[in-house]
Design a protein around this ligand. Structure first.
Ligand SMILES: Cc1cc2nc3c(=O)[nH]c(=O)nc-3n(C[C@H](O)[C@H](O)[C@H](O)COP(=O)(O)OP(=O)(O)OC[C@H]3O[C@@H](n4cnc5c(N)ncnc54)[C@H](O)[C@@H]3O)c2cc1C
Length: 434
C-alpha cells in the first residue's frame, strides 16, 4: 500500500492531494492551522486578508481537476470578469480599450475560494499537526516528524509504520508518520531546505529577488455590478491600486508600493495614484474592518529539480516559487501544477515547468547566478512587456485571444483614451462620477 503525506493544507497542498489520489492508495494532508467554520481569514494564511484573483489558466486548470468548482464559486458569490472586457485598466501606457477576449478572471475572497475548493476534495486534512522535519536519509525520505497541538500526553512516538489517520489525529506530542511520498506544500515560510539539509541532502539552489513593494488592503461595502479596476504604476516607486468586487457585496481594495496604514494616509495614497478612480469609488463607500499590511512580497525560486533529491520527496506551490503578488499567479500555478501531477504522477520536473512560467514573467531578465541576482525589470513598465504580462498572467496555453488582449494594449498607444472616455466605457460607474 502506498501512502502520500502532504504537508500544508493551503491551496497548493489540497490540490496536490486531490491529484495524488489518482496515484497513491492513501493520501493524507497535515495542516498546522485549524480551518475556520465559515470562510474567514486564518492565522496560518496571513495573505488571506488580501486580494486573491484567479486568472484564466488557473480557472481552466481548477475546473478540469475539480469539475464544477468554478460554478460553485460563482454560486457562492464570486464574480467573473472578462479580461480586459470587464476591467477598467490604466496601464503604464494608458487606459485599456474595452475589448472582450476569452480570458476571464474570478474575484472573491481567498477564504471563500479555499472553502469551495475543499468541498470538492475527497482527502482527509488532519488539522493541528505541524511538520517539523523529514525522516529518512539523503537517498530516501521515509516519513515526516510532526508535533500536534493536542499536547495532552507525554511526547512520544505518534506511530511508526502503518499509521492510520485516526492514530495521527488522536496522537499527542511528537512523532514520525511514515510515508512513501512526502510533499512539501507549506508555502512561503517553508522550512524544508533545513529539513533536507538535516538528512544530508546537498544545498538546494535558491534565488531571491526583492519586489520592493508592500501591500495595504481594506474591505468596503459595495455592490458587485462594477468592473474590476486596476491602476498600474508607470515608474518606480511602483505605486498602484486595485479594486475587485467580491462576494457579500464587498469590494477588496489594495494599494501597492509603499502605502500608509492609517485611514487618512490610505485614502490620500489612493487619490495620489496616476488616476483617482479608486479614491472616487471608495470615497463614499463604508469600510469594513481595518487596513491590513503585507510586506512579504519578495520573488523567490528554489531549484529543487536541479538537486539530487531523495526518493519519496516532492515540493509544490509557494515552497518552490513565489512571486510578487501583483502578478496574481500563485494559485493558478498551484492549480496547473496539480493538473500535471494528476495526469503525469508526481514529478519535480513538471512542477518546475509550471513554476518557471510564473518566475520568468515576474523576473523579466535572466538571473545570473544565485549569489548575484539582478533585479528584473517591472513588467508593467513598457507596452511590450505589459503584453507579455497579460499573456503570462493568463498562464495561457489554452487562451485563444491573447491577440485581442495585445490589441487592447496596442490601442492604448495608437488611440489613447482620456480618463473620461475610459470611465465612460463602463456606464455602471456613473453612480460614482465626481
Ligand atoms: C498579499 C498576497 C496576495 C496574493 N494574491 C494572489 C492573487 O491575487 N492570485 C494568486 O493566484 N495568488 C496570489 N497570492 C499567492 C497565493 O497566496 C499563493 O500562491 C497560494 O496561497 C498557494 O500557496 P501554497 O498553498 O503553496 O501556500 P499557502 O497558501 O501559504 O499554504 C501553506 C499552508 O501550509 C500550512 N503550514 C505552514 N507550515 C506548516 C507546517 N510546518 N506543517 C503543517 N502545515 C503547515 C499553513 O498553515 C498553510 O495552510 C498572493 C500572495 C500574497 C502574499
Amino acid at each position: 500500500m502506498s501512502r502520500a503525506v502532504v504537508l500544508g493544507g493551503g491551496l497548493a497542498g489540497v490540490l496536490a492531494a486531490a491529484a495524488l489520489t489518482r496515484h497513491a492508495d492513501e493520501v493524507v494532508v497535515l495542516e498546522s492551522d485549524h480551518y475556520p467554520a465559515s470562510p474567514r481569514p486564518r492565522r496560518g494564511l496571513p495573505q488571506s486578508h488580501h486580494n486573491h484573483v484567479l486568472v484564466a489558466g488557473g480557472i481552466r486548470a481548477l475546473d478540469e481537476l475539480l469539475p464544477g468548482v468554478i460554478d460553485d464559486l460563482l454560486n457562492a458569490g464570486a464574480h467573473r470578469r472578462n479580461m480586459p472586457g470587464d476591467c477598467l485598466i490604466f496601464s503604464g501606457e494608458g487606459w485599456f480599450h474595452r475589448v472582450r477576449t476569452d480570458a476571464d478572471l474570478i474575484a472573491c475572497s481567498r477564504p471563500l475560494l479555499d472553502e469551495v475548493v475543499r468541498r470538492h476534495i475527497d482527502v482527509e486534512v488532519i488539522q493541528g499537526v505541524t511538520a517539523v522535519g523529514l525522516a529518512g536519509d539523503a537517498g530516501r525520505v521515509t516519513g515526516v516528524s510532526v508535533t500536534t497541538d493536542v499536547m495532552t500526553g507525554e511526547p512520544g512516538e505518534v506511530t511508526t509504520t502503518g499509521a492510520t489517520p485516526d492514530e495521527i489525529r488522536e496522537a499527542a506530542g511528537t512523532g514520525v508518520i511514515s510515508a512513501d511520498l512526502v510533499v512539501d506544500a507549506t508555502g512561503r515560510r517553508s522550512q524544508v531546505l533545513h529539513w533536507l539539509a538535516a538528512l544530508g541532502v546537498p544545498p538546494i539552489e535558491e534565488v531571491r529577488v526583492p519586489s520592493g513593494v508592500s501591500y495595504a488592503t481594506r474591505l468596503y461595502e459595495g455592490p458587485g455590478d462594477i468592473p474590476a479596476v486596476m491602476v498600474h504604476p508607470k515608474y518606480t516607486p511602483a505605486r498602484g491600486g486595485t479594486l475587485f468586487p467580491i462576494e457579500g457585496n464587498r469590494w477588496i481594495v489594495t494599494m501597492t508600493g509603499d502605502p500608509p496604514l492609517d485611514e487618512t494616509g490610505f485614502d490620500e495614497y489612493a487619490r495620489a495614484l496616476r488616476d483617482p478612480v479608486i479614491a472616487d469609488l471608495i470615497e463614499n463607500a463604508k469600510p469594513v474592518g481595518p487596513i491590513r499590511p503585507c510586506h512579504d512580497t519578495a520573488n523567490r525560486r528554489r531549484y529543487f529539480e536541479r538537486a539530487r533529491l531523495p526518493e519519496g520527496f516532492l515540493a509544490v506551490g509557494d515552497s518552490v516559487v513565489t512571486v510578487n503578488p501583483v502578478y496574481s499567479h500563485g494559485m493558478s500555478v498551484a492549480a496547473l501544477t496539480a493538473l500535471r501531477i494528476a495526469k503525469e504522477g508526481p514529478s519535480q520536473q513538471a512542477v518546475a515547468e509550471e513554476a518557471d512560467r510564473s518566475w520568468r514573467m515576474a523576473v523579466a531578465e535572466p538571473i545570473k547566478g544565485a549569489g548575484n541576482p539582478r533585479v528584473g525589470r517591472a513588467l508593467l513598465s513598457s507596452p511590450g512587456i505589459a503584453a507579455e504580462l497579460f499573456h503570462s498572467q493568463a498562464l495561457i496555453p489554452a487562451v485563444r485571444d491573447h491577440q485581442a488582449i495585445f490589441q487592447a494594449i496596442v490601442n492604448d498607444l495608437e488611440e489613447p483614451l482620456t480618463a473620461e472616455q475610459a470611465r465612460a466605457q463602463f456606464p455602471e460607474l456613473n453612480a460614482w462620477d465626481r
